[in-house]
Design a binder for this molecule. Sequence first.
Ligand code: BDP
Length: 329
Amino acid sequence: MQQAFAKARQLAVSGAVVAMALAAIGSAEALEIKSSDVHAMGYPTTDAIQFMGEWLEEQTDGELSISIYHSMQLGGEKEALEQVQLGALEMTRVSVGVVGPIVDDFNAFNLPYVFRSIDHMRNVVDGEIGQELLARLEAGELIGLGFMDAGARSFYNKEKPIRTPEDLQGLKIRVMQNPIFIDMMSEMGGSGMPIAFNELYTAMQTGVVDGAENNPPSYSTQKHYEVAGYYSLTEHLIVPEIFVFSKRVWDTLSEEHQNLIREASVLATEKERELWEAMEAKAMAELQELGVQINDDVDKDAFIEATAPVREKFGAQYAELLERIEAVD
Ligand code: BDP
């Protein structure tokens, strides 16, 4: 009897050891991907990444999952990219606007009026050029997973409607943290100040800057209209969003997991675009309802002409790439 007990105990113990060993193997493979975004949940980018996480969880029985650090909980986009480069954060979704300083070819996408339309931008980023640029991010310790839509950016300020570049004279306009946008502002007649997105509302409120530029959903969800009530549809930049993974962490993943993340990224892009279109229409309707001064009487040709020197200045550096972009339908 005693012997039987001893045997049973032994079995139970070894069973527990096996269970622990299995759990250890499981946890070595399991990864909770932390991903940051400056936007709140409910925004197309955050919701698309959430969708990506749910898909991954389902495909891997919970081995891969994504937890989103939204609403600038981890600060601005420059810092997030640095964290991802170091491997302290697995993933982030940022604007291509802040990626130029890491891999400068991305600045070809950051030039004013370089894309003729949203469709043109999509055809470029979905085609060979987009794939090539994503691959180049590896040199910057990043794995480029995909692009998302962010519509077109237009000016807003607290003073007046903007119809021509002259109207920008004397205005201090916040731009994303990339020197190329400061040049863009000078050529247009204003002065550009790089400020992190999470500091922008206060910067406008306290008069550090008179305004900024962004797409309708960002302007609306951040409530920037409360402190800068004139929105003018200059649509001078069509800068896509991008989501990237830490190369350091990526290199520790199994090929199977890498492939699944790639697959999920394509789905995330599709999802975001679907959500984007609805969100943009909703934001414009809301702004109108709120009584924001939306000005569509804009001399776009004058803006295109005024910004020609920026495209020329950077044109030599990105000549081949710009020609290829232009040639895309
Ligand atoms: C928004 C982008 C976000 C940028 C922000 C900005 O979605 O990634 O951080 O603009 O202007 O449109 O900084």
